[in-house]
Design a protein around this ligand. Structure first.
Ligand code: CA
Length: 245
């Protein structure tokens, strides 16, 4: 389902406030211009910075006060990884990392930078706009206190290994429960297959990537059977999975 067609997910705070602002930190002028064009067309206000030097300080001083940061990994001056880590010391502003290679995302996920999402170049600007909208929505929900488990249609009981969607219980295997529990613990975060395998098989038994894929498929089917939406559990091509609604 198109992100913009989810009325219940749009917070009134977002609708009534001034347009959300996006800080685009990207040294390639064409990419930066493309992103800014699409974001402005989608109703965002944008600022652009083409290097990493002094950015952390500028954010700390409030010279920039964005609602979302799109942060390229490879930047002149300070790199995106250091910037993300340093910003996390004082701010929870949503950060979406832009990276040149899909293989790099797995490594970035492992670094636990505190980024909210990752987008791989070359990307579709529409996809980036959809991701920006998703993090803005989540941030607004968090601010208004609606991000609690109660607002999430999935409820998990780790003691009994049971899960329900809209009060309908899902008949999950222990592995499927762990998978759903992990993804639902951090809505919107992308987990790589390796990370999920570590959670699913604590004994580090050797299983193939496809094993994770088939568990995901089963969990998605069970979510849908219980009245959930199949778009909740999304596959991020070449990277892994995330759960969001
Ligand atoms: Ca770059």
């Amino acid at each position: 389902m198109d992100e913009s067609l989810k009325p219940s997910a749009v917070s009134p705070a977002v609708l009534s406030a001034s347009p959300p602002s996006v800080l685009v930190v990207e040294d390639e002028p064409k990419i930066a211009a493309l992103l800014c064009d699409y974001l402005v067309a989608a109703g965002f206000v944008t600022s652009h910075v083409d290097h990493g030097t002094g950015l952390v300080q500028a954010l700390q001083k409030g010279e920039y006060n964005p609602d979302v940061i799109l942060l390229d990994v490879m930047l002149p001056g300070k790199d995106g990884l250091s910037i993300c880590r340093e910003v996390r010391d004082f701010s929870t502003v949503p950060i979406i990392m832009l990276t040149a290679r899909v293989e790099e995302i797995d490594r970035l996920l492992g670094l636990e930078l505190g980024a909210d999402d990752y987008v791989c170049k070359p990307f579709s600007p529409r996809e980036v706009v959809a991701r920006v909208k998703a993090v803005v929505r989540r941030a607004a929900a968090k601010q208004s206190g609606h991000e609690s488990v109660a607002a999430i249609p999935i409820s998990l009981d780790a003691q009994r290994f049971t899960a329900t969607v809209n009060r309908k219980s899902l008949d999950l295997t222990p592995v499927e429960f762990r998978l759903l529990n992990t993804l639902a613990g951090q809505p919107g975060r992308v987990f790589s297959r390796d990370q999920l395998m570590d959670v699913l098989y604590a004994d580090h038994r050797v299983v193939s990537d496809r094993t994770v894929d088939s568990h995901v498929k089963n969990v998605r089917r069970k979510l849908v059977q219980a009245g959930g939406d199949e778009t909740w559990l999304r596959s991020i091509y070449g990277v892994g999975y995330k759960l969001e609604w």
